[in-house]
Design a protein around this ligand. Structure first.
Ligand code: GRG
Length: 291
């Protein structure tokens, strides 16, 4: 089964354009600011994972484009807020200046708020999915973006700055801050493809390990790659004195940990009742080699 990554990415981009269009309203700055971040060069990893699950199990990608776009809006909101001066104070994202460097900081804050709320709005009003599926998607999206999810992880991240934390705490932080939205994207795919609970649980486990592997790879990229590849300044985690897999384990052990995760991911995928080729392909995209 062929999964045409570029085609799917362009479908997601197109739906995002439709859902967050240019505006002539008196508050049009909000739209242009949101579009600045949304339509920059993100990989669209989370929507692509959601749609990959759906295609793997024979569902309709077209019918799932709005929820897929919604998860990208939530992700983009989190990046905008994460970059703000009161948080990581980053100057670059996705290879271009961060939103608050181009628009007033308050507009950047509001553009993030707008994308988060717009995500829930578009799922609620989407005509292509059933009401019960909408409710389940909204439950998953709100809980993963919320206090027990991404926001909780972000608070742990802020409060562990300038501190040595242990590996268990770092893992909990990343499962919430980064991992949960990745596994939720995959779980939303399972909901939309109406998969049985056992398959859904396997996919969630896959998503959780993929999320952690993605973060370990991100920590390794932070020390090894430049702005062109990674979209932010080299070593910005160490500049902000944050614990990372590399700072806690050392580069070689972090690489070994990543290899362990890759193996675990392959083993979970092999338990699925269908050929896991698409998700294997997408795992390689999420965790690039060589590092
Ligand atoms: C502000 C509530 C709130 C949460 C922020 C996700 C997050 C929580 C912060 C992002 C910080 C960060 C750089 C984490 C490393 C992993 C990560 C999420 C990288 C960016 O995701 P990609 O690589 O980005 O999918 P693109 O630009 O391709 O979409």
């Amino acid at each position: 089964m062929v999964f045409d990554l570029e085609h799917v990415r362009s479908l997601v981009d197109q739906r995002l354009q439709e859902l967050v269009p240019e505006s002539n309203a008196p508050y049009k700055t909000l739209f242009s600011a949101a579009r600045y971040s949304l339509h920059s060069s993100g990989k669209r990893l989370r929507p692509i994972l959601m749609l990959g699950v759906i295609q793997m199990f024979g569902g309709s990608i077209e019918a799932a484009l709005t929820p897929a776009a919604a998860i990208e809006m939530i992700h983009t909101y989190s990046l905008i807020h994460d970059d703000l001066p009161c948080m990581d104070n980053d100057d670059f994202r996705r290879g271009i200046p961060t939103l608050h460097k181009v628009y007033p900081e308050a507009i950047a804050l509001l553009a993030g708020d707008f994308l988060l709320t717009r995500a829930f709005e578009v799922v609620t009003t989407c005509h292509e999915i059933e009401d019960l599926q909408k409710l389940e998607l909204l439950r998953l999206l709100t809980s993963s973006a919320g206090g027990e999810g991404m926001i909780g992880g972000q608070v742990m991240d802020m409060e562990s700055e300038n501190k040595q934390i242990d590996l268990k705490t770092l893992e909990c932080l990343h499962r919430k801050k980064t991992g949960i939205l990745i596994s939720t994207a995959i779980e939303c795919g399972a909901v939309l493809a109406k998969l049985p609970q056992k398959t859904r649980s396997l996919l969630v486990a896959f998503g959780q390990e993929l999320g952690l592997a993605f973060q370990i790879a991100d920590d390794l990229l932070d020390i090894t790659q430049g702005i062109a590849k990674h979209g932010k300044v080299n070593g910005s985690d160490s500049t902000n004195l944050k614990s990372t897999y590399v700072s806690l384990l050392g580069k070689e052990n972090a690489k070994q940990e990543l290899e362990k995760k890759r193996k675990q991911i392959g083993e979970i995928l092999n338990e699925l009742p269908v050929n896991p080729q698409i998700l294997l392909q997408l795992s390689h995209m999420a965790i690039p080699e060589p590092l």
